[in-house]
Design a binder for this molecule. Structure first.
Ligand code: ZN
Length: 81
C-alpha cells in the first residue's frame, strides 16, 4: 500500500501538527478529513509520483533513497529486497 502525506487545510491542527502520513490502499476513497481531529486535510503530492522523475528508479536507487523495495514473488506475495 502506498503512503500518502496530508496537511491540514487550516493549518492549526493540534494533534497532527501540520501534517501526517498514512498508508492506504490505492482503492480507498480520498481522505478529506484528519482521522484524529476531523479537520479538513489535503493530500500532498509525494516526490515519488511527480513527473520530474523521467526514468524509472532502479532498485538500488530506490533503496539508497530510503524506499523499501518489494519484489512480487507470487500471487499476493511480496518479498522485501
Ligand atoms: Zn489533525
Amino acid at each position: 500500500m502506498p503512503t500518502y502525506e496530508y496537511e491540514p487545510c487550516s493549518g492549526d491542527c493540534r494533534i497532527c501538527k501540520g501534517g501526517f502520513s498514512l498508508t492506504r490502499p490505492v482503492t480507498a476513497p480520498p481522505l478529506e478529513n484528519c482521522p484524529l481531529c476531523r479537520k479538513p486535510v489535503r493530500k500532498l503530492i509525494s516526490s515519488f509520483s511527480t513527473p520530474k522523475i523521467l526514468k524509472p528508479l532502479s532498485v538500488a536507487d530506490a533503496r539508497s533513497a530510503g524506499f523499501k523495495v518489494y519484489k512480487r514473488v507470487g500471487k499476493g506475495e511480496y518479498e522485501r529486497q
